[in-house]
Design a protein around this ligand. Structure first.
Ligand code: C2E
Ligand code: MG
Ligand code: MG
Ligand code: MG
Length: 285
């Protein structure tokens, strides 16, 4: 029994050494990436792409979501799923997020010239941006100086942001909504918010997470997508389905009364210049 115990101890400590070495390596990799991101952001190498949001029934483009990209030659250094959490962890997201907002305002003005019907711009906001304080004032100042109507802006936050520091976040959301900015809960259904917490949130829209749309396939509906749609309708919230990739999914969502969708079935995220061409071609049809 002793031998077995010693062997177990040995293998545990060996695993542990290996693990901690790996952790160090991983930490160094993360710190290097943060340093590189900070450098490239200040060197103006980051870009913002835009993905159309479509009214399912009419096919009209009703909005675009601003999505960060970190280009590297023909490809990308890292996807946002990797570098956005690092930017949040390091606090860099406060500066980057403010820049994304100003880029989105610029895009709005360009698109407003092109389209007769007004397009909304959606921008993702992270927790450190709320913690930095004065988010409402900063957004108000930006919209004012860039001459963008507050009703054209929608801010997307995840459930975890909404639950993290409810007092701070709810106060800011109320200020933003008083301005006329609308608020969407992103990736809805994947977080841990309770219905009681959801009811207390001053929000306008639920974005149904892609995972639930993905379940709509091969003639089968998505039970969770259906449930979220009916929840949203009962709470008087607007709904957007994320990650719609097939006509089958669009048809299912439309039949259930989900009014808006975003996904590769309609269009992928693209640079502003491409989006303008895409919109112009679509209007000609
Ligand atoms: P998100 O806000 O939920 O954005 C939607 C993500 O789904 C985007 O990934 C988009 O490219 C992807 N997507 C859209 N349609 C489809 C589809 O039909 N199929 C599939 N498989 N994917 C689809 P992306 O651009 O990689 O961004 C990932 C996440 O990074 C975003 O998720 C958001 O949480 C974060 N992010 C991106 N830009 C910003 C930003 O400026 N600020 C902050 N705070 N976060 C950002
Ligand atoms: Mg989003
Ligand atoms: Mg999402
Ligand atoms: Mg997400």
């Amino acid at each position: 029994a002793n031998i077995a115990l010693n062997r177990a101890k040995k293998s545990l400590s060996a695993d542990f050494d290996y693990f901690s070495g790996d952790m160090e390596e991983h930490t160094r990799w993360r710190l290097d990436l943060i340093r590189q991101l900070k450098h490239d952001f200040h060197a103006e190498k980051l870009v913002v792409w835009y993905q159309p949001q479509v009214a399912i029934y009419s096919g009209d483009v009703v909005g675009v979501e601003a999505l960060l990209r970190w280009p590297d030659g023909d490809g990308f250094v890292q996807p946002p799923s990797v570098f956005v959490p690092l930017a949040e962890y390091s606090g860099l997201i406060v500066e980057i997020g403010e820049w994304v907002l100003s880029q989105a305002c610029h895009a709005y003005r360009e698109l407003a010239q092109l389209q007769e019907s007004r397009i909304r711009i959606a921008v993702n906001i992270s927790m450190p941006q709320f913690r930095a304080g004065n988010l409402t004032e900063r957004v108000a100042a930006l919209l004012g100086s860039q001459r963008v109507p507050p009703s054209a802006l929608e801010l997307e936050i995840t459930e975890s942001v909404a639950m993290d520091e409810p007092k701070t976040v709810i106060a800011a959301l109320e200020g933003l909504r008083a301005l006329g900015v609308s608020i969407a809960i992103d990736d809805f259904g994947t977080g841990y918010s309770s219905l009681a917490q959801l009811r207390a949130l001053p929000i306008d829209r639920l974005k149904i997470d892609r995972a639930f749309i993905d379940e709509i396939r091969d003639g089968r509906g998505g039970l969770f997508a259906e449930t979220i749609i009916s929840l949203g309708q009962k709470l008087g919230l607007r709904l957007t389905a994320e990650g719609v990739e097939t006509p089958e999914q669009a048809g299912f969502l439309r039949a259930l009364g989900c009014s808006e969708a975003q996904g590769y079935f309609y269009a992928r995220p693209m640079p502003l210049s491409e989006l303008k061409v895409w919109l112009a071609a679509r209007q000609r049809v």
